[in-house]
Design a protein. Structure first.
Ligand code: ADP
Length: 501
């Protein structure tokens, strides 16, 4: 049954799973509440899918995998475009669901949903433009490769950007002829279920796209471990990524991981400090710091540190934290009680490891039951302290003054993570020199991160493997078949002694 949202009551109805083109409760009948992080109130009950539900979804996806593979690429692209239109028609409801379930403030959720058709269109456009290659080989032979889909792909989604992260991996998977089973995060399943409704309305065949809701350790682990799943895309914490890799290894599934980060925002002495502050605040406060690329380590050149901190204070004083549905809100709540407790425990730890420079408490005037925290900044932070090393996933930054490029590069690279870096300055030679030396998967110069479907995104070191988005994403959802044709008459059997094998 379709999902309906009552924005005034902040409730959703009929949150069922989507398997083989139909709506269903969990086979074992269980459910769990999903909560509005602005108030702590329940929005809806979500089915608690388990391994039996995963088996059903994977079986459906497997049954139709070959038909979907041989639906021509233009046909698959047309369906993705029809889906993009459906998303546009339903953008308001999708944005409200996303805001209610994940804590994005409404204007941001609207912007995010508005971008979804761009992802669908991009992968629709390249569905028929990627292929294999011909290879020069000795002798009168024709040798070439085919790029073929993997088959059934699993998509295990985090709670910070539920819709966007689901679309950025499922769109290329579908475009290149794979079938899909999505496991949304338990805190934020609703937009995936609404999206599934639109997939059906757009005309995708039953079984090509499935959503199993449930807990990570139950439905998520069962999906990653399923022997008929050929590819797994996971975005989330590094710890969970390692567990999923181990489950995938048992059945040799291909894995794409976009994991944690402790990304630097670097301010050079010649940077425009007003702009630098703006980017730095975006970096660690955007979506209340619950962003994999969050710029939570502020490397500010010693010559401008005091001026930067003065401007940072003034800017943070103006940041409006509150209910995501209230006018003018720029920073909503953390997603869940679990995340609220986790971030607050890091703030307490920071008070013992460093100097609390800004924030650290509950923002004045925010609703009692909601999971709100102030933007928080620590100074006098040792690069080896836990708040400098560990991913907090909240609006918490540490300030690290630096003097030489060598010192800067050594400190930034002294991390298990290597996801992303922002560099803010004017001297292009210095900026590009640092960009080459940092061990990260992406660098943005004089701007905050802007995710796009055409640019590859992913991490070095323990920030992940493989790249979402861009033409690079083709590799996540295809495998190579080599085909060779001998164009000469077959040699006599006695001739085979001359062959290398
Ligand atoms: P968090 O710990 O903050 O919930 P995770 O990175 O663990 O963040 O969660 C991201 C996604 O991974 C969610 O969909 C979650 O259900 C799923 N997940 C969590 N644990 C596992 C697991 N052991 N196996 C498969 N999926 C999991």
């Amino acid at each position: 049954m379709s999902l309906t949202l009552d924005t005034t009551a902040r409730k959703a109805e009929h949150a069922q799973m989507f398997i083989d083109g139909g709506w269903t409760a969990a086979g074992a009948g269980g459910s769990f509440p999903t909560v509005d992080p602005n108030t702590g109130e329940t929005i809806a009950q979500v089915p608690r899918g388990d391994s039996a539900d995963v088996d059903k979804a994977v079986a459906a996806a497997k049954r139709v995998a070959v038909d979907w593979q041989f639906t021509d690429a233009l046909g698959r692209a047309a369906l993705l475009r029809a889906l993009a239109e459906k998303v546009t028609e339903n953008a308001d409801e999708l944005a409200r669901l996303e805001a209610l379930d994940s804590g994005h403030y409404l204007a941001k959720a609207q912007e995010l949903v508005g971008a979804i058709p761009i992802w669908l269109d991009y992968f629709a456009s390249i569905a028929d433009k990627v292929g294999g290659r011909t290879i020069e080989v000795p002798g009168n032979k024709l040798s070439f490769t085919l790029l073929e889909p993997l088959g059934v792909t699993a998509h295990i989604i985090p709670w910070n950007y539920p819709l966007l992260i689901m679309v950025r991996s499922t769109a290329p998977a579908l475009a290149f002829g794979n079938t899909v089973v999505v496991k949304p995060a338990e805190d934020t399943s609703l937009s995936a279920l609404k999206f599934a409704e639109l997939v059906k309305e757009a005309g995708f065949p039953d079984g090509v796209f499935n959503v199993v809701t449930g807990y990570g350790a139950e439905a998520g682990a069962a999906l990653a471990a399923h022997p008929d799943v050929a590819g797994i895309t996971f975005t989330g914490s590094t710890e969970t990524g390692k567990q999923i890799s181990k489950l995938a290894a048992d059945h040799v599934a291909q894995v794409t991981l976009e994991l944690g980060g402790k990304s630097p925002t670097v301010v050079y002495p010649d940077a425009d400090l007003d702009e630098a502050v703006e980017v730095a605040v975006q970096g660690f406060c955007s979506h209340t710091g619950q962003v994999c690329v969050a710029g939570t380590r502020l490397f500010v050149h010693a010559d401008v540190k005091d001026e930067f901190l003065g401007k940072l204070t003034a800017r943070l004083d103006q940041t409006k934290v509150g209910d995501g549905f209230a006018d003018g809100t720029q920073m909503g709540p953390l997603v869940s009680k679990k995340q609220f407790d986790r971030v607050n425990s890091y703030i307490e730890l920071g008070k013992s490891e460093a100097t609390l420079f800004y924030g650290g408490g509950r923002p004045a005037g925010t609703p009692e039951g909601g999971y709100f925290v102030e933007p928080t900044v620590f100074t006098d932070v040792d690069n080896s302290s836990r708040i400098a090393k560990e991913e907090i996933f909240g609006p918490v930054a540490s300030v690290h003054p630096w003097s030489t490029e060598d010192e800067l590069v050594a400190a930034v690279n002294d991390s298990i993570y290597g996801l992303f870096a922002v560099l803010l300055g004017k001297d292009i030679t210095t900026l590009l020199s640092t960009a080459r030396r940092l061990q990260v998967g992406g660098v943005m110069i004089n701007d905050w991160f802007g995710e796009l479907p055409m640019t590859p995104h992913g991490g070095h070191k323990q920030s992940g493997t493989g790249r979402d988005e861009g033409l690079e994403a083709v590799h996540n959802y295809t495998q190579v078949k080599h085909v060779a044709i001998n164009l000469d008459p077959l040699r006599a059997a006695t001739d085979w002694a001359g062959a290398p094998l």
